[in-house]
Design a protein around this ligand. Structure first.
Ligand code: PBG
Length: 334
């Protein structure tokens, strides 16, 4: 983009275009709309309609029937997609994450409940083993605790096929194993699910901002060590482009950068470099920061939500996954 250089002061007075709401709306470069929002939500398998998560006030875990209601609300607000994440009963977790492959499990039932309640809303599911493993890692581990890449791929492929069969529209590998996009794409083609899209977590960083999510899905207590052998180093940028290029070559339809706000430079470079539909994840820790400050009266929540989501768009994101998505859609609809 070239920037027009006009005359200087006083011929140029940029404040002329800021003097009233009507002219600010006319001159605005980036607009946030409901079409840009993906609602992130955690589900549980119990009868309680909502269970509050201490570190995510206002973003409770939902029962499946409450999830269906949220789906209806998303549909009527015009929110295009919902991303569901499960909190799995700890007694069902094991070292291999076997419950991830159960076709009667919580996630496939959540997909079906959403599709029945809100057929016009896309449903996206995470492909990774961490909600299902008793050690909290995204893949299978050996006796030394090493997360095994190729052994994990087999499981991720089965998980993706199972969820495609349940009706998921978009599978989103969030595990950061090498080669997973290609393995999942090939398996989906073989299984005759060519229309299932892959949104790859192309650049996913080993981040402190996932803390509240791990509380919400109940993996933080179990997780030993960290995820630095598979998630990216926060200091790296070129590596994000390499990851994105690999995922595109392997068949990703859409790219995701995560976390969001601390990584807007990555969003920008990924979008500029490849031009694919590129999304950002305003993760649980970002949600918690805004929420906690708002609850203390330290910032205006509604304005902070809209401003933060708009910033993702300005950086180049085509859309944002957020726990605030329904709230933001309500604000935008006013
Ligand atoms: C794990 C996964 C994580 C999130 C989504 N999928 C966390 C992690 O890698 O430990 C984070 C979501 C959030 O923080 O909101 N596969």
């Amino acid at each position: 983009m070239t920037i027009a250089h006009g005359p200087s002061f006083p011929a140029a007075r940029p404040r002329r275009l800021r003097r009233a709401d009507w002219v600010r709306r006319l001159a605005r470069e980036t607009k946030l709309g409901v079409d840009d929002l993906i609602f992130a939500v955690v589900v549980h398998d119990g009868p309680e309609k909502e269970i509050q998560v201490q570190s995510m006030p206002g973003a409770p875990r939902l029962s499946l029937d409450r999830l269906a209601q949220a789906g209806e609300e998303a549909q009527s607000l015009g929110v295009p997609m919902i991303a569901v994440f499960p909190q799995i009963d700890p007694t069902l977790k094991d070292r291999q994450g076997g419950e991830a492959l159960n076709p009667e499990g919580l996630v496939p039932r959540a997909v079906k409940a959403l599709k029945a309640a809100a057929p016009n809303v896309g449903v996206m599911v995470d492909i990774a083993l961490d909600p299902f493993t008793d050690h909290g890692h995204d893949g299978v581990i050996n006796d030394a605790g090493v997360v095994l890449n190729d052994e994990t791929l087999d499981r991720l492929v089965d998980q993706a096929l199972m969820l495609a069969a349940a009706g998921a529209d978009v599978v989103a590998p969030s595990d950061m194993m090498d080669g997973r996009v290609g393995a999942i794409r090939a398996a989906l083609e073989r299984a005759l699910w060519p229309d299932v899209a892959i949104m790859s977590y192309a650049a996913k960083y080993a981040s402190a901002f996932y803390g509240p999510y791990r509380d919400a899905i109940g993996s933080s207590a179990a997780l030993k060590g960290d995820k630095k052998t598979y998630q990216m180093d926060p200091g790296n940028t070129d590596e994000a482009l390499r990851e994105a290029a690999l995922d595109i070559a392997e068949g990703a339809d859409m790219l995701l950068v995560k976390p969001g706000m601390p990584y807007l430079d990555i969003v920008h470079r990924v979008k500029e470099s490849f031009g694919l539909p590129t999304f950002a994840f305003q993760v649980s820790g970002e949600y918690a920061m805004i929420r906690a400050a708002a609850q203390n009266g330290w910032l205006d929540e509604d304005r902070a939500v809209i401003e933060s989501l708009t910033a993702f768009r300005r950086a180049g994101a085509d859309g944002v996954i957020s726990y605030f998505a329904l709230h933001a859609a309500r604000l935008l609809g006013r």
